[in-house]
Ligand binder design. Structure first.
Ligand SMILES: [Zn+2]
Ligand SMILES: [Zn+2]
Length: 133
């Protein structure tokens, strides 16, 4: 994954990446901090945040541009769609193939060069559904 990357993997950075790779919950920097400080008591939220941004800038992890107030991170950088719970804000993966024909369609009607597309589904997660009934 890191072949060709000039990024120096510090011990902290390595641990952040390891922990992020273990989950599919698309944690925020704060979520990551809660997990990491159990293993590295002296780590600060600022350090976690900064390292997540650096990993993102180097293309090692994905930063999610979904609604909600806090940025979320994903160790899975293969293009995939997400669904967000409109009640609790939890984000999960949607396991369908990205519809590349959307880009072909869009190319026909815009002069922009299309780089990628994002799809965010909105819904109510199983836990919130249970709480509502
Ligand atoms: Zn929910
Ligand atoms: Zn994801």
């Amino acid at each position: 994954m890191l072949t060709g990357s000039k990024l120096r993997m510090t011990k902290q950075r390595q641990l952040i990446l390891e922990e992020l790779s273990k989950v599919t919950s698309h944690p925020t920097a704060d979520d990551m901090y809660q997990v990491l400080r159990k293993k590295m008591p002296r780590i600060s939220l600022g350090t976690v945040y900064r390292n997540l941004e650096i990993l993102y800038e180097n293309g090692i992890i994905q930063k999610l541009d979904v609604g909600g107030t806090q940025k979320r991170f994903d160790a899975n950088i293969i293009p995939h769609y997400h669904i967000r719970c409109t009640i609790c804000g939890r984000v999960a993966d949607i396991h369908i193939e990205p519809h590349m024909e959307l880009e072909t369609e869009a190319k026909k009607v815009t002069d922009f060069d299309i780089i990628q597309h994002r799809v965010e589904f909105l819904g109510i997660c199983p836990q919130c559904k249970k709480r509502q009934s």
